[in-house]
Design a protein around this ligand. Sequence first.
Ligand code: AP5
Length: 197
Amino acid sequence: QLNQKHMINLVLFGKPGAGKGTQAEFLKEKYNLKHISTGDVFRFNIKNGTDLGTLAKSYIDKGDLVPDEVTIKMLQEEVEKNPDADGFIFDGFPRTAAQAEALDNFLESKDMKINATIALEANDEVLLERLLERGKVSGRSDDQDIAKIRNRFDEYNVKTTPVKEFYESQDKFYTVDGIGTLAEITERLTKVIEDLE
Ligand code: AP5
């Protein structure tokens, strides 16, 4: 049964291309956590042609956020699919203040909580370059052109920035320099995690 006693639940935060997914892969091994990437779940549904995928695609292709009700429900289902997890890494969620509140309420109902939200920081020019580079090989529809990537940054600035304040007000917000080698960044994240109570 899920409960907070020995759990560690982290939110990996940051703009598109900040390295959330990349670092989550290392951290999930190190701390034996279940990694939930809402972007990955949407892409899985798009690939499999589900109703959720069809709906999500219409937003993702433009670089817009998928509506909160849909995303929140999906996230809750992903958590409930993993009742034996030692903890979770939430990657790409929450992305709006409403999602952050819904996550808090949902976790509280399960006697769980977020221990820390860690933001990976990098400037837009670095991020843009990373995403355009990845778009060449991954075929991700939202990495293909500069206008879509800029729209994702705009969505972040308008809708996601309030999430930072949400966690700051709970003293759970940490920032890490997201530029450097993958190992250096993992080390920075690890330091934040090990320093948590
Ligand atoms: P999502 O899949 O979450 O995309 P994103 O936030 O735009 O994040 P990315 O996956 O692009 O970046 P990342 O920070 O994980 O970086 P990564 O490690 O991949 O969301 C996609 C879409 O789904 C959204 O636009 C929205 O439509 C929808 N969606 C998802 N969640 C939602 C939500 N909660 N609410 C509403 N809608 C939602 O790295 C990027 C690249 O950089 C890689 O190629 C990597 O190899 C490279 N890289 C990583 N680290 C480094 C480094 N240190 N040095 C050099 N290169 C590096």
